[in-house]
Design a protein around this ligand. Structure first.
Ligand SMILES: Nc1ncnc2c1ncn2[C@@H]1O[C@H](COP(=O)(O)OP(=O)(O)O)[C@@H](O)[C@H]1O
Ligand SMILES: [Mg+2]
Length: 379
């Protein structure tokens, strides 16, 4: 029986927290069965988060800063994994998507991508093997390396559209998966500018404002929205200077109007990409009622919770799935534009030598999510 327990670790572009999920995964014919055992949100130490945000674009940073961040983020991920092992249960292997600090896209092609969070720290403190750098091989094979959620969504939902609203929003629609543009990225920057808050908690600020159509038009003129998929983007593009440049093109904008306009931008660009279909939504944006109301005006939205995957841990469960596939020697085929399925990631041994399961000689065609109850035994 090809079964194991995998911890998935990720911190998205919002840099709000490290999301950790523990999943029981098992192969049954051409189906992967996933039991979501549990998830936690582990905070970054405040100084690490601050250092990280200060080093990200549009700011520059040095090799010294990158080295220190790689170490401190690796340590924070190790601590998060340790918490998950203590609070959620034991695991066989850990998968980490790390912290994206730069996603290099030029003329619509992804040329490189950098995730920090040195896996040696995770392996050293947990004693478990760690599969990390899960995007690089997809990029080397001509893909965008993101969004990898397309792999999970295609196997799980088949014909429905999946939407994840993190710092950047992405969808999986039929045979393509791509970033639609900013999810919460610009909203979070605006909440900081307007109210000194890291995000607009419960969408409190936006409803007091009105959409400024002059600003919305400037923002919607960005050519990114008209690029054909596959495509990906990040906060090295949708950053503070980007927002400031748009604001400079129009008369002064009130704080609440700025929030209302950015809610509209996120909703319009997502809805345009989803073409009026029902979507299964996840990510922190689901917790912003102003954003969800704007989306619901245009789309039939349900959250992934209703289908068994907690909306705030979907990407952590995706990470666990990616780790499971690599651990079992199964190439992954996310619809990111890569030349074909590839074995993703780099593996750091745990306390002992690597003892991996025999490679499974199957094409995975389905992901079945079953609720916790009949827990899967490990082989
Ligand atoms: N209660 C809330 N009200 C409004 N927005 C929220 C709330 N909770 C989370 N968010 C938004 O979700 C973001 C984090 O979402 P997440 O899916 O973790 O993104 P990422 O994958 O980029 O880290 C926060 O930065 C914030 O914008
Ligand atoms: Mg996050």
């Amino acid at each position: 029986m090809d079964a194991c327990r995998v911890i998935g670790l990720i911190s998205g572009t919002s840099v709000d927290a490290i999301d950790v999920a523990l999943a029981d995964l098992r192969l049954r014919g051409d189906t992967v069965e996933l039991v979501p055992v549990g998830h936690i949100e582990a905070g970054y130490p405040a100084d690490v988060r601050e250092e990280l945000l200060a080093a990200l674009p549009p700011a520059g940073c040095t090799a010294e800063q990158l080295c220190k961040l790689d170490t401190k983020i690796g340590q924070a991920f190790a601590q998060a994994a340790g918490r998950a092992l203590a609070e959620l249960g034991q695991a066989d292997v850990i998968a980490s998507l790390g912290q994206t600090v730069y996603h290099w896209v030029e003329d619509g092609d992804c040329l490189g991508t950098l995730q920090l969070g040195q896996p040696a720290w995770i392996a050293e403190s947990t004693g478990l093997p760690v599969i990390a750098d899960l995007r690089a091989r997809d990029v080397a094979a001509g893909g965008h390396g993101a969004p990898l959620a397309g792999l999970f969504d295609q196997l799980w939902l088949k014909d429905e559209i999946a939407l994840n609203i993190g710092g950047i929003a992405n969808i999986t629609r039929g045979s393509v998966a791509f970033d639609t543009g900013p999810g919460n990225a610009l909203l979070d920057l605006a909440a900081q500018m307007v109210a000194g808050q890291s995000y607009d908690k419960d969408g409190a600020l936006a409803p007091a404002g009105k959409v400024r159509h002059d600003l919305l038009d400037v923002l919607l003129a960005d050519p990114y929205y008209r690029l054909d998929p596959p495509k990906s983007t990040g906060k090295e593009y949708f950053h503070l200077s980007y927002l400031q440049a748009a604001l400079d093109e129009v008369p002064a904008v009130d704080g609440p109007d700025l929030l209302a306009t950015l809610v509209e931008l996120t909703a319009v660009t997502i809805a345009e990409a989803c073409k009026g279909h029902r979507v299964v939504a996840s990510g922190g944006g689901v917790r912003n009622p102003a954003l969800m109301a704007a989306l619901s005006e245009r789309l039939d939205v349900v959250t992934s919770d209703s289908l068994g995957i907690p909306s705030d841990a979907k990407e952590a469960y995706l990470t666990a799935l990616l780790g499971f596939l690599t651990w079992h020697g199964i190439p992954a085929d996310p619809p990111t534009g890569a030349a074909g399925p590839r074995l993703l990631g780099s593996i750091t041994p745990g306390r002992g030598p690597l003892r991996m399961p025999a490679p499974a000689a199957i094409d995975v065609r389905q992901l079945r999510v079953t609720p916790l109850g009949g827990s899967l035994a490990c082989s």
